[in-house]
Design a protein around this ligand. Structure first.
Ligand SMILES: [Ca+2]
Ligand SMILES: [Ca+2]
Length: 617
């Protein structure tokens, strides 16, 4: 008997028919487990020991599940099962009491290489202004979209006429290009290269060549080139490039409404400055002129930002595309300052970290954590602030590690199931890898790995959130090319937004979703349907942490460690003890960043505040 589905909603009458209906459900990383990694799956409604059986029918391991703990986001009582002892590559069945719970358990070497490549390759599929050729795109080949070399200046830019602007990545399921969301995305991908240059110098995934650049840097440059076009003469950076309204479900080439350059503000400008300062370091060995262009653009942007530090963007009345509005701009400023200081050594840029800043898990409006990352990974340049940054990371990472011993074995709690919850998970995982880098303590690697397990199937929906990969994965993402092409399978390598109970896309109109939230829990409020932009859309900033996690884990396991890493990282030598640190607010009482549509607010002790600290309903 194969059993993959959720079973908690099976009516009681049916489950009473025969005792065998009480079979447990095992939730696994459907892509597989690395031979040398710690391994764990989640079990619900289990009784007794489990056995793992190889393809020849031989039991290769028996294990006793841990005591059940309740996982609040799904309401399930979950037993975690450790099967780390099993290290032989192969495909296995999980059985309990003679019943086969599932038969798709895989163990392999380089187990995340394919998903890392696919999640990076997806950025190629999102390229604006160029055709995707069959030699690279296969059945997802398509015509070029948004090829117009100029876009009109919207009055919100304070400028008139047109701007030469092209290239870049489409942001999400729509065709907008937004500097703010490009900020965290591009930085995350740049940092993946900067941490593991030797590994990514040779890793390839069949995209068009860009000179002699490694594939990762060729892909990132396609977006940097676009970002560079979005800077005004005075240094300020325009907020976005989009049509006035979202297009229908059409291919990029059919979205022929006029493109506008819209808005100009501090968030876009500081994000741009930080990204360009980091790009300087990364591209310098390959193309000194391009690197200098990036650094000069960064300096110019930062100078404008210092003169205009609080210019908040709001959608003008005639514009309905993504707003990416953010009322708190100090974190964007410190991110830019940190990157400029690291790249130039110029003390006038040097920011000072606030050791009490608790909102340091990065998200698109929440860039403080990237400044903490910058400080923690540049001890020589930052001195005492590098130690402050390490302490800030470890205080939270220790809590994450404790939380992940229970429930589904992930960090996430109810509050994390916001719009784009899979990116919350992903960024928690990246955060844990930084804790691993700065301590060498394997514990943090293991907890970060559990995040990958969650995203690839060890979750109450029993599904891989990466399109094209896993026994059961999203088939109908909210992604216009996947909807409008004539191809059955969605574009591969996309992390969908994931479960969250907001139900913002539910309604009675033809394009809206029917109720998929009632009776569900935060971690199960999800629908694999094109209508669901609130749970099943894709976005460049949601793919980036997943790509970072899986790419970094492949690099680490290939023996590469970041140059700044503590002893023990990736090299199998003695792990260092974590740093001792002071008490901080617990995860339960610390302020939490929440998202509602594209608005952001802070929640603390159940009370919501806007980003200026004012209480809201
Ligand atoms: Ca912010
Ligand atoms: Ca399709």
């Amino acid at each position: 008997m194969k059993k993959f589905g959720l079973k908690q909603y099976i009516p009681l009458a049916i489950s009473l028919l025969t005792a065998s209906s009480f079979a447990a459900t095992a939730y696994i990383n459907q892509i597989g487990y690395r031979t040398t990694d710690p391994k764990e799956f989640a079990l619900v409604d289990g009784t007794g020991d489990i056995a793992i059986v190889d393809a020849a029918g031989q039991t290769v391991l028996t294990a006793t599940p841990k005591a059940a703990t309740k996982w609040n986001p799904s309401g399930q009582n979950v037993q975690l099962v450790d099967f780390s002892e099993l290290k032989t590559p192969g495909t296995y069945s999980i059985t309990q009491g003679g019943q086969v719970l599932r038969n798709d358990l895989k163990i392999a070497d380089k187990v995340f290489e394919d998903v890392a490549k696919a999640s990076l390759k997806w950025y190629y599929y999102q390229r604006a202004s160029m055709a995707l050729e069959e030699t690279y795109a296969g059945q997802w080949k398509r015509d070029a979209g948004h090829t117009n070399p100029t876009a009109k200046m919207h009055s919100s830019t304070g400028a008139s006429g047109t701007l030469n602007t092209s290239k870049g990545w489409y942001d999400a399921g729509d065709y907008g290009r937004y500097i703010v969301n490009s900020g965290i995305t591009t930085y995350t991908l740049l940092s993946l290269y900067e941490h593991f240059p030797e590994y990514f110098n040779t890793l390839k995934w069949n995209i068009p060549a860009e000179g002699t650049l490694p594939d990762l840097l060729a892909e990132i440059k396609y977006n940097l080139d676009w970002m560079l076009t979005m800077q005004a003469e005075d240094g300020g950076v325009y907020h976005k490039l989009s049509t006035l309204q979202f297009p229908g479900d059409v291919m990029p080439a059919k979205d022929t409404e006029p493109l506008y350059v819209i808005g100009k503000g501090s968030a876009a400008t500081f994000d741009f400055a930080g990204v360009m300062a980091a790009a300087y370091r990364v591209y310098k060995p390959f193309d000194a002129a391009y690197a200098t262009q990036c650094l000069e653009a960064a300096k110019k942007a930062y100078a404008w930002g210092l003169q205009n530090p609080k210019v908040t963007f709001f959608n003008p009345a005639d514009v309905a595309t993504g707003s990416y509005s953010d009322g708190n701009l100090e974190d964007e400023q410190i991110f830019a300052a940190m990157e400029l200081f690291i790249s130039t050594g110029d003390a006038s840029y040097k920011p000072t970290l606030n050791p009490n800043e608790a909102r340091i898990i990065p998200a698109w409006p929440e860039m403080y954590g990237l400044a903490v990352y910058g400080a923690a990974t540049h001890a020589n340049e930052l001195g005492a602030d590098a130690e402050t940054a390490k302490t800030m990371i470890l205080d939270i990472a220790k809590e994450f590690a404790a939380v992940a011993t229970k429930g589904f074995g992930v960090v996430m709690s109810n509050d994390d199931f916001v719009w784009g919850s899979n990116a919350v998970a992903g960024n928690q995982g990246v955060f844990l890898l930084y804790a691993y880098y700065v301590t060498g303590d394997q514990k943090y690697y293991e907890v970060a790995k559990k995040v990958v397990d969650y995203l690839l199937g060890k979750n109450p929906l029993d599904m891989s959130f990466l399109t094209g990969f896993g026994t059961k994965s999203a088939k109908l993402p909210h992604h216009r090319p996947s909807t409008a092409d004539k191809v059955t399978d969605p574009v591969p390598g996309m992390i969908v937004g994931g479960p969250q109970p907001g139900g913002e896309d539910i309604g009675s109109k033809s394009w809206e979703c029917k109720d998929y939230v009632s009776g569900k829990m935060p971690a199960t409020a999800y629908i694999d349907d094109r209508c669901s932009y609130a749970t099943n859309e894709v976005a460049i900033n949601w793919n980036a942490p997943f790509a970072y996690l899986t790419g970094a884990m492949e690099a680490l396991n290939a023996g590469f460690a970041p140059s700044f890493a503590a002893e023990g990282v990736a090299k199998g030598s003695t792990a260092l003890k974590p740093f001792v640190s002071r008490v901080r607010p617990s995860a339960n009482t610390a302020p939490v960043l929440r998202f509602d549509d594209q608005k952001v607010f802070i929640e603390k002790n159940g009370v919501r505040y806007n980003l200026k600290g004012k209480q809201i309903k």
